[in-house]
Design a protein around this ligand. Structure first.
Ligand SMILES: Cc1cc2nc3c(=O)[nH]c(=O)nc-3n(C[C@H](O)[C@H](O)[C@H](O)COP(=O)(O)O)c2cc1C
Length: 351
């Protein structure tokens, strides 16, 4: 099949496994590559050293090109009062598990925008693709990566964001629709959001943006992939479809929640991390819909949610974790990554 990923990288199928911080693994990414797609690693929450190790681990498992994804969120607006009030509002949940709430919250990982060690490591390692979520890095970083031979992808949730990607010299735009699992890549979460579906966004971008468009959000089957290609997308990026695979880092409770009808429909909420993200319905989401406390900035709020999730998990309660899922989560299948890829390819060719 002739498509952009094939022309650019020799990749057989127009299928990208989405970067998923905390869920994607070197084994998952390599298995997708070895099955003829493009695998990705989400290293946005890692240190540069950990990300380098993950790249080396992936390279030991595949010779094929893969994608490394980082978070480009802007300066974090800290607010001590909001953070203290958020801890106080969550305190009864911590107490339920006989754990003290944290004294204070912190920025649990650094944005790529200011992470010089990560920037230098990626220029040095030069993976085939580096992709950006939540925004774009400075021009100097874009140039250094391009000079190192790296192809650049960036998420866009609107035409304006896609135009910014094009103006910055990005090579392909990941059109992330409202159905997508995990964090919405919107550049400014406080700004307007038309919340376009993946299909509508793809159709808009293919006519107005002179770059390959990768469809992302709610794509669960090969027929879904074929539909996105028919709308003009150059490839499809699937995250949720891989959460339950053997090589995923999702724990058993997350896998069970993904299968449970009561967890659906997955809800878009800023309460878990401070930025809108689509998450399985659970006790924390239920609580967040009834609290009047203001949510701290991303990723400071995520520190609180992770602490609560860990406290609950150690008490045997899994209903407080950050369990991301797209709108199609109930269709996720288990099995090996290779089996999921094989199914997607057969379905896509049949469609
Ligand atoms: C568990 C999970 C983690 C995710 N983590 C990231 C990430 O680290 N970086 C990123 O750019 N996108 C991340 N995403 C969003 C995906 O890139 C993609 O937009 C989304 O998975 C597409 O929608 P789908 O989940 O319905 O397939 C994540 C999605 C999920 C489900």
């Amino acid at each position: 099949m002739t498509h952009w990923l094939h022309q650019r990288f020799g990749i057989e199928h127009p299928i990208i496994q989405a970067p998923m911080a905390g869920v994607s693994s070197p084994a998952m990414a390599a298995a997708v590559c070895n099955a003829g797609g493009m695998g990705s690693l989400g290293v946005g929450a890692m240190t540069a050293d950990a990300a380098r190790d993950a790249i080396h681990e992936t390279r030991a498992l595949t010779q094929k090109p893969f994608n490394i994804n980082v978070f480009c969120h802007g300066v974090v607006a800290r607010d001590a009062e909001v953070e203290a009030a958020w801890i106080e509002a969550m305190a009864p949940m911590f107490q339920r598990f006989e754990v003290s709430p944290p004294d204070a919250l912190s920025e649990i990982y650094q944005s790529f925008l200011t992470n010089n060690a990560m920037q230098e490591m990626l220029v040095h390692e030069a993976p085939a693709v580096v992709s950006f979520h939540f925004g774009l890095p400075p021009v100097s970083v874009i140039s250094a990566l391009k000079q190192a031979g790296v192809t650049l992808f960036a998420s866009a949730t609107s035409l304006d964001e896609a135009r910014a990607c094009q103006a910055a010299g990005i090579d392909a735009v990941v059109a992330q629709g409202i159905e997508a699992g995990g964090h919405r890549g919107i550049f400014d979460p406080a700004g307007p959001d038309a919340q376009l579906s993946t299909g509508d966004l793809v159709q808009q971008l293919v006519t107005k943006i002179d770059l390959p468009i990768v469809a992302a959000g709610g794509i669960m089957t090969g027929a879904d992939i074929a539909q996105m290609l028919s709308l003009g997308a150059s490839a499809a990026q699937l995250g949720t479809a891989f959460i339950a695979c053997d090589e995923s880092l999702a724990d058993p409770a997350y896998r069970a929640a993904l299968r449970a009808p009561a967890s659906h429909p997955a809800t878009l909420t800023p309460a878990v991390s401070g930025r809108p993200a689509r998450c399985l319905r659970n006790r924390f989401i239920d609580w967040s819909e009834h609290t009047e406390a203001s949510i701290p900035a991303y990723p400071v709020a995520y520190d609180a949610a992770k602490a609560l999730g860990a406290a609950a998990k150690s008490a045997g309660e899994s209903g407080y974790g950050a369990q991301w899922s797209g709108a199609g989560g109930l269709q996720a299948t288990d099995g090996s990554t290779g089996e999921i890829m094989a199914r997607l390819v057969v379905e896509m060719l049949q469609a």
